[in-house]
Design a protein around this ligand. Sequence first.
Ligand SMILES: CC(C)(COP(=O)(O)OP(=O)(O)OC[C@H]1O[C@@H](n2cnc3c(N)ncnc32)[C@H](O)[C@@H]1OP(=O)(O)O)[C@@H](O)C(=O)NCCC(=O)NCCS
Length: 184
Amino acid sequence: MAKLVRPTSRYKASYLSALREFHREGRYTYHDLDELDGDFEAHVADERKRIHPENIAVYRVPETIYWLVDGDEFIGRLELRHELNDHLLEVGGHIGYSIRPGRRREGYGTTILELALQKACECGMQRVLLTCDPDNVASRKIIEKNGGEFENRVDVVRDGMEYHKLRFWIDVESQLSGRESCRA
Ligand SMILES: CC(C)(COP(=O)(O)OP(=O)(O)OC[C@H]1O[C@@H](n2cnc3c(N)ncnc32)[C@H](O)[C@@H]1OP(=O)(O)O)[C@@H](O)C(=O)NCCC(=O)NCCS
């Protein structure tokens, strides 16, 4: 069964093969596979930091990284940001996720957000903001299946970067209601 775990070197081989898949679609290319292979512990340590280095320039808020795993396989990555700054309120949101290309369209995207809401609840977050690109049909479906209420579309330029985003809010407690208390 799929679950969220904090980054650990237990999944090194699977993580590296997932990264190869991500690289083929141009994602996470700032990670050098040989470097990570040589010192995976350092990468795990970065992933476990409260403010993840790759986000420092843009976000500057505390966040927690989780990995979605199923058995011994690394399936995907989740970023749970604990607060919003102006940039996140407008375009980034509280939660980001990606599923390795080789395991898409199997429901893992829907699962990772469902499990993210559980984590958000454990952190005392009552409402979370999710955003996605207007043409990201899969992500929009995932958000709506997890109770996302569409607020608006934003089209903005920030620091020379153009952003086009659909913004959704999820009421964490009502989405999880009927399940075991998340603060148990
Ligand atoms: C978006 C992403 C997380 C989806 O992951 P996934 O594991 O394929 O998602 P699911 O299997 O739960 O699919 C959710 C829904 O989207 C649909 N879907 C998945 N990929 C799709 C695609 N490429 N085009 C159209 N629909 C798609 C599924 O059929 C499913 O629809 P259903 O609920 O009607 O059955 C994955 O494609 C990904 O990691 N993309 C790159 C990163 C990204 O875009 N992250 C989201 C940022 S907001």
